[in-house]
Design a protein around this ligand. Structure first.
Ligand code: PRP
Ligand code: ADE
Length: 153
């Protein structure tokens, strides 16, 4: 029933004191799981796939947005630099994961996500995107990881 579903959701909401600054009790709902999606446009597609597969979605965010212990990786993309971050306990060691984003350009962003998964000792089964920009050779950059794209330019 509804009440037990709400109770289940509540078990996934943790409270982090003093984040992102002192005096704030930051309540954050996370699942842990096997479908990491990339901030921000990967958040459009990742949860849909995760739900279809019956798996948990994991937020890979730009730096400074996630409370608690995190690991981070700096990277370059087609038009700049950034840092990707994931919570240390978001994926269990040995867990198989499928990384999701909307688009692969140089592969810098996806490579950073693979690095994060390596740091957490997860096994990347594949990198999935809707759009691949072939001229930018992101697929080569990501080898030996497998890339699956639906539309190529
Ligand atoms: C875009 C896109 C990918 C990345 C691809 O994200 O959504 O994540 O660039 O580029 P790359 O393969 O060269 O790394 P962006 O950083 O612009 O952020 P957004 O999702 O917040 O718009
Ligand atoms: N991310 C990186 N390069 C991009 C592009 N050319 N179009 C949309 N998103 C991108």
């Amino acid at each position: 029933d509804t009440e037990s579903k709400l109770q289940l959701i509540k078990t996934h909401i943790r409270a982090f004191p003093d984040f992102p600054k002192e005096g704030i009790l930051f309540r954050f709902c996370s699942d842990g799981g096997s479908v990491p999606g990339l901030d921000a446009r990967g958040f459009l597609f990742g949860p849909l796939l995760a739900q279809r597969l019956g798996l948990g979605f994991v937020l890979v965010r730009k730096k400074g947005k996630l409370p608690g212990p995190t690991v981070s990786v700096s990277y370059e993309l087609e038009y700049g630099k950034s840092d990707a971050e994931v919570q240390e306990d978001a994926v269990a060691a040995g867990q198989k994961v499928l990384i999701i984003d909307d688009l692969l350009a140089t592969g810098g962003t996806m490579f950073a996500a693979c690095e994060l998964m390596r740091k957490l000792q997860a096994q990347v089964l594949g990198c999935m995107v809707v759009v691949e920009l072939k001229d930018l050779n992101g697929v080569d950059r990501l080898k030996p990881h497998k890339v699956f794209s639906l539309i190529q330019y």
